[in-house]
Design a protein. Structure first.
Length: 140
């Protein structure tokens, strides 16, 4: 059974997909050989989201990364192949802002989730104090 989307959502999804030619989508997809530039998961080109490294639009916040104060472009150099999960999570954050948000996830879970704390106690989950490094940073 397919997911029913509101007509406005279908229009926005179509508009976003239609704004990149098949050739441009292929170039972006091939940048990391069909892998998400952030987590490295393999994906089909039909599953790929296109993420703007420097976002086209930004949330207005007081702690904005100054490097990202202006709008990003649709140039290939500003576009990354992304899985849906990473693209949705990154939203309009800069790379460094998103990296900090990911690094904070275990603290948030530890503070707010009793099942997570129990999983730690029973050795089902172990936390590692490591830097968040994206797939594209390993594969430059």
């Amino acid at each position: 059974m397919g997911l029913a989307l509101h007509p406005s959502v279908r229009f926005v999804a179509f508009f976003i997909m239609a704004s990149f030619t098949k050739e441009k989508r292929r170039i972006i997809y091939d940048k990391y050989k069909g892998r998400c530039a952030y987590c490295g998961v393999g994906m089909l080109i039909s599953e790929m989201h296109i993420d703007h490294i420097k976002p086209r639009k930004r949330h207005i916040t007081s702690h904005q990364d100054p490097q990202y104060s202006s709008k990003g472009s649709n140039n290939i150099s500003n576009l990354m192949p992304s899985c849906g999960s990473c693209n949705s999570s990154k939203s309009t954050w800069s790379i460094n802002e998103w990296r900090d948000r990911i690094a904070d996830k275990t603290r948030i879970l530890r503070d707010t989730s009793a099942p997570y704390r129990m999983a730690i106690r029973y050795g089902l989950v172990s936390e590692n104090d490591i830097d968040v490094v994206f797939y594209f940073e390993y594969n430059v």
